[in-house]
Unconditional design. Structure first.
Length: 122
């Protein structure tokens, strides 16, 4: 790519798997004066300034996706039948106890409603 720049190994991460994250390495890279942004030696500081905002943007996107998934699931279940009954009836009778017994975390509706104020406050 550029003399002195190397792309390192891909890093494991929790989210946004379609965007790879790798370790960059720069050795004796020369940048023309007209291409320097900000002050030399302060790049890491500049990069860290935006980290909190980027994390907030990701949390807003994740919450929005969870809300859409929940709404889509509720609409789908409401319009389907199994064994001659709407799935929604089975869900309201059986799912809460099944979820509490089988899942080590809170069901999605509870998680979405609990997370929403935290994301919107900041």
């Amino acid at each position: 790519m550029w003399p002195g720049f190397e792309r390192g190994r891909n890093l494991d991460k929790l989210g946004l798997h379609s965007q790879d994250t790798a370790e960059p390495s720069v050795t004796d890279v020369r940048v023309p004066k007209e291409n320097v942004l900000g002050e030399v030696g302060r790049g890491f500081e500049y990069r860290m300034r935006n980290l909190a905002q980027e994390r907030m943007q990701i949390s807003v996107a994740c919450l929005a996706q969870a809300r859409v998934a929940l709404r889509t699931t509720i609409e789908y279940v409401g319009g389907r039948e199994a064994f001659g009954q709407p799935l929604g009836i089975w869900w309201t009778r059986s799912a809460p106890s099944l979820l509490q017994e089988s899942l080590p975390f809170n069901p999605l509706p509870l998680r979405v409603s609990v997370l929403r104020p935290f994301v919107l406050i900041v």
